[in-house]
Design a protein around this ligand. Structure first.
Ligand code: NAP
Length: 470
């Protein structure tokens, strides 16, 4: 663990397993509540150190870290592939994005603005000159999931540091190694010793201590709904951002370009074995193009090449753990027992779930109502856009959605009426670039990430009023 600029090793360790072959990819220390306390008090000093830095200096550190990650790109990608089981191609993509997230955050450090306030617009403001500035919130607890163990940590650390905060990170226990590597890189790049602290260990044992700590002013969490709701209860009066799950829908209208939609869904539904928060899960297809879509999607999905994640040609990696594999298989079996049909896949094969397309009676099954988080899509028909939007909104979640259509008024209507954090036109919901505002509505969360928007979340507004006449 990284606490107060020192690498701390505990006697009790946790093995980090490679999901592909079960080999040990590394070991981490099992942190305790006492370690959390140490990390938070180190962060208190870190906050003082960060106050000494100018915006330009903070920007320079983040940019140096981006450069260092670029130099080490291939080793970082291999480590991600080994601890998460995502393909090396996906892991390289994640490192490239994390570099960009740091570079973008470096830019944001230089444009944290306030505004003047026309105080004398109110009678009591006569003779007053007012403005507001943005100040760091203080110590931020950053809790991250397994599926993008570098870029999602980057989305928390980089804007937090850009804004002058100090951070305590708790990475996911199944994939914590790359976060520790990022800590090493930031220390090498001149980040003040106490500004970034990383505590490893089971969230169920140390999470509460971190989230409820009175010196922590903000919790930024990415993970599942159940854990997120628990954190909201224990955190108390703190700023919170919650980036939670979804069962993202995509609508294919009767004028959709089916070739393009199939190609994009083949990626959007199955990248990282479907373990992506904006994975394309629910596909709503206009009846007029149902046959064409089904005749193309099933062979396209069946052709996904499963295999060793470290091989360049592999397209589909394993599920992250045996228990996640079991859960996903159970949900699919339950759906089939309830009247769903498997058009392909849905079987276990070692640590893999074969890529599935599910149709039939699905609306009451978990594969439709919950976040499946597995390489599978659920396809249902719709008569028209009215019904398609109703189906898209038939969810407790609302992170991102997609619609394929050439009719601009349908695209606008979908953008207005789907209850979600983002609508991707002629694309899958799985589309994201790192500078856009990203986050959900309903059970998908609170607040937005993307460096510019995260900096807003991670700063407080302070009003200053000058009285001109004494
Ligand atoms: P998870 O089980 O909720 O875990 C996320 C993090 O929370 C881990 O670091 C975990 O630690 C920690 N944690 C567990 N219990 C805790 C507690 N009581 N207090 C504080 N922290 C606790 O999620 P996951 O399985 O890693 O990731 C998958 C989920 O993340 C999916 O639902 C996915 O949709 C969501 N996700 C959302 C986004 C987004 O931006 N909206 C992006 C990616 C993923 P341990 O690992 O030690 O249990």
């Amino acid at each position: 663990m990284l606490i107060g600029g020192a690498w701390i090793e505990k006697e009790e360790k946790i093995d980090v397993l490679n999901p592909y072959d079960g080999s040990v990819a590394g070991q981490i220390s099992k942190g305790t509540r006492e370690d959390v306390d140490l990390a938070v008090s180190a962060a208190k000093q870190g906050l003082e150190q960060m106050r000494e830095l100018t915006a330009g200096e903070r920007a320079a550190i983040l940019l140096r870290a981006a450069g260092r990650m670029k130099e080490e790109q291939e080793q970082l990608a291999r480590l991600i592939a080994q601890e998460v089981g995502k393909t090396i191609t996906e892991a390289r993509g994640e490192v490239a994005r994390a570099i960009n997230t740091f570079a973008l955050s470096s830019e944001e450090a230089k444009r944290i603005h306030g505004e003047t306030i026309p105080m004398d617009a109110a009678p009591a403001g006569k003779g007053k000159f007012g403005f507001y500035i943005r100040v760091p919130v203080g110590i931020i607890a950053a809790i991250s999931p397994f599926n993008f163990p570098l870029n999602l940590v980057a989305h928390k650390i980089a804007p937090a540091l850009a804004a002058g905060n100090a951070v305590v990170v708790k990475p996911a226990t199944v994939a914590p190694l790359i976060a520790l590597e990022l800590g090493r890189i930031l220390m090498d790049c001149g980040l003040p010793t106490h500004a970034l602290n990383i505590v490893t260990g089971p969230g169920s044992e140390i999470g509460d201590a971190l989230c409820s700590h009175p010196d922590v002013r903000m919790v930024t969490f990415t993970g599942s709904l159940a854990v997120g709701e628990g954190i909201c209860r224990t955190a108390g009066l703190k700023k919170i951002t919650m980036e939670l799950g979804s069962n993202s829908p995509v609508i294919l209208m009767d004028d959709a370009d089916i070739e393009v939609a199939v190609r994009k869904i083949r990626t959007g539904g199955y990248a990282l074995a479907g373990q992506v928060c904006i994975s394309t899960q629910r596909v709503i297809v206009h009846r007029a193009v149902w046959d064409e879509f089904m005749s193309k999607i099933v062979p396209a999905v069946s052709s996904l090449k499963m295999g060793d994640p470290l091989e360049d040609t592999t397209e589909l990696g394993p599920m992250v753990t045996a228990s996640e594999l079991r859960r996903a298989k159970e949900w699919i079996d339950e759906a089939v027992a309830g009247g769903a049909r498997l058009e392909c896949g849905g079987k276990t094969d070692g640590s893999f779930l074969t890529p599935a397309v599910i149709t039939g009676e699905v609306r009451t099954s978990k594969v439709w109502t919950s976040e499946l988080f597995a390489p599978a899509i659920v396809v249902v028909p719709a008569e028209d856009l009215d019904e398609a939007i109703l189906l898209a909104n038939d969810s407790a979640y609302g992170l991102q959605a997609g619609i394929f259509t050439r009719r601009i008024h349908d695209a606008f209507r979908a953008s207005r009426e789907i209850e979600t954090g983002g609508v991707m036109v002629n694309d899958v919901p799985t589309f994201r670039v790192d500078h856009m505002p990203y986050g959900g509505v309903k059970s998908s969360g609170l607040g937005r990430e993307g460096p510019r928007f995260a900096v807003e979340e991670m700063t407080d507004i302070r009003v200053v009023s000058f009285c001109e006449g004494l």
